[in-house]
Design a binder for this molecule. Structure first.
Ligand code: NA7
Length: 543
């Protein structure tokens, strides 16, 4: 059957992945409409406007690489840009490439239905629009569905309540207020020092302590700017070859190469240069060699003990039941120092959980209470699947993604799902974890190439083979089994779907490294998109 589509592609989400997909589909001569729920572009950087929000990747590689002029023109003021800078960067990209004319802001996609007979996707929005397209490109972000634990009594709280990932545009006034923060992941660790400076008192409720590396933020001076801009080709090559997509070289040493004094010196240097360099520029076996990991973990615990004056607080902050790297370590901006302030107290809820939210604050399992004027939930995300299953996306057999993934999310290459033909997910389950912009750019280009291949070879439909999805799922599990991920108390990690009660526990990210992932994509493409089936639909070519 021949039907008219409104657009070749409908892209959902105007963050890094969606904006890049719009640019690339246009470049390939496809028509596209991008639908975004937020009131502006930015994705993560639109929603996460909590105080202290900033990147943990270094600015000059947390950006698009496809346009040399953009790279040369944009000036990153700091090593780790904050939310307003990130928002203005993505806004600048939208304007510079004239993207806004193809974007519907403030519009949420509610449903998407596949119709095999017409080879179309029908997309319905909360604005009452129904649009038809050939290729559906959800780019809703792996960490965008905020998770708020369903604490009993939550609605009874009489003060102000905020979720970090849905922070209001208006400034929140903390002055003279007692604030309680739940959550000490990457978000809580950024937020806590900022709130501490403004609130009359801050209570931090910590379930699991983290190994927080000092970020060592600072301005990028003119000479550094010049050097980075002159060196971009080499920097991107480095990024594409580094396991998490960072501009870092391997340390070139393993733990057994050095004696105790030298090990200490190397770790001290890593701590001083800051950020994830502590993990990747010290010892190449830090995340795999038990002895190296033990020494590095103890090194961080000693740092915490040296920074935090109160002995009991320092011990609560020092992780002892999971190895460094078994959860995603946050980067801190004077995080541990914050606990030396008189107006900050740390409450250990590891064995004394939050039993209820009350009218005036929180009650713990032992009956103790903590009153607050403001409650902040920095409690993470329903990672990888949450934002996708929040949309009612139904494939060829009428089943939704949520139903198909009830026993665990599965994709091929983090991009395609059997039964959902011509749908290309950017950053879905099974996508690599690492520096997102360069990773997603590669996936966008691969997807655009795949669509080109489909069209130029006279096909209408591309979909993942079930065997390929099985193999990809097995690979994700094998990689997790070979790492320290999820060990000890880190078992709750969102990498494994284990932070949301009732969610199936499967690895949600490919942890085989960015170069490994790129090699997998290339190999599939070089072999005529192995792992995929192509077919024709009689008379289905869109007019
Ligand atoms: P995370 O890393 O998932 O952190 C969530 C925090 O909330 C973490 O400390 C959790 O403790 C805590 N949490 C979650 N549920 C509860 C309940 N029920 N009770 C008490 N405490 C709870 O999310 P972030 O937003 O910080 O970071 C996510 C990623 O976003 C980050 O790594 C970047 O890549 C961007 P837990 O550790 O599970 O014991």
């Amino acid at each position: 059957m021949t039907v008219k589509t409104d657009h070749d592609c409908i892209i959902i989400g105007a963050g890094f992945a969606g904006l890049r997909a719009l640019i690339e589909t246009r470049r390939r001569g496809l028509t596209a409409r991008l639908i975004e729920a937020g009131s502006d572009v930015g994705g993560t950087w639109h929603w996460n406007r909590y105080p202290g929000a900033r990147t943990d990747s270094e600015s000059w590689v947390y950006c698009f690489s496809f346009d040399e002029d953009l790279l040369q023109d944009w000036v990153w003021p700091q090593r780790y840009p904050d939310q307003p800078v990130m928002q203005s960067y993505l806004s600048h990209v939208a304007d510079r490439f004239d993207l806004r004319r193809d974007i519907d802001l403030g519009t949420r996609v509610e449903r998407a239905r596949r119709d095999d007979a017409t080879n179309t996707w029908t997309v319905e929005t909360d604005a009452g629009n129904t649009l038809r397209c050939t290729y559906l490109i959800p780019a809703v972000g792996p960490l965008s569905a905020a998770y708020e634990p369903p604490f009993p009594g939550i609605e009874s709280f009489r003060g102000e309540r905020y979720l970090t990932a849905r922070w209001p545009v208006e400034e929140v006034d903390f002055s003279g207020k007692r604030v309680a923060v739940i959550g000490t992941g990457a978000t809580g660790v950024q937020l806590i020092p900022q709130v501490a400076q403004r609130a009359s008192h801050l209570t931090v409720l910590q379930r699991t302590p983290n190994y927080v590396m000092p970020a060592r933020n600072g301005p990028i001076d003119a000479d550094q700017q010049k050097a980075i801009k002159a060196d971009y080709p080499a920097i991107w090559e480095q990024v594409r070859g580094q396991v998490f997509g960072f501009p870092m070289n391997p340390a070139g040493r393993v733990f057994s190469d050095v004696d105790d004094d030298e090990a200490r010196r190397v770790l001290e240097h890593g701590w001083e240069i800051g950020g994830f360099r502590f993990l990747f520029e010290t010892f190449d076996d830090l995340l795999v060699d038990q002895r190296c990991n033990d020494v590095a973990s103890e090194f961080v615990r000693d740092k915490i003990r040296a920074i935090v004056h109160d002995r009991e607080t320092a011990e609560l902050l020092a992780p002892k039941n999971h190895p460094l790297g078994s959860k995603r370590p946050p980067l801190g901006h004077h995080y541990y120092e914050t606990y030396n302030r008189d107006n900050v107290s740390l409450v250990d809820i590891s064995a004394n959980s939050i039993e209820a939210i009350t009218e005036t604050g929180l009650r713990l399992a032992d009956g103790s209470t903590h009153d607050a004027d403001i409650l902040i939930f920095a409690t993470g995300f329903d990672a990888a699947t949450g934002a996708l299953t929040a949309i009612d996306i139904r494939g060829s057999d009428g089943r939704s993604l949520g139903e198909v993934w009830a026993d665990g999310a599965r994709t091929h290459l983090g991009i395609a799902v059997t039964g959902f033909p011509n749908m290309f997910v950017l950053g879905g389950p099974g996508f690599p974890f690492g520096n997102f912009p360069p990773t997603t750019e590669f996936a966008v280009e691969w997807t655009a190439d795949a669509i080109d291949h489909l069209r130029t070879n006279g096909h209408d439909v591309m979909q993942a083979d079930p065997d390929a999805m099985d193999a990809w799922s097995r690979k994700l599990q094998e990689i997790v089994d070979a790492t320290v991920l999820g060990q000890g108390e880190a078992v709750h990690t969102w990498f494994l779907g284990a932070n949301v009660p009732g969610k199936a526990h499967v690895p949600l990210f490919y942890l085989g490294g960015i170069p490994g992932y790129f090699a997998e994509l290339r190999e599939s493409a070089d072999n005529g998109y192995s792992g995929f089936t192509f077919s024709r639909v009689a008379g289905a070519d869109p007019e």
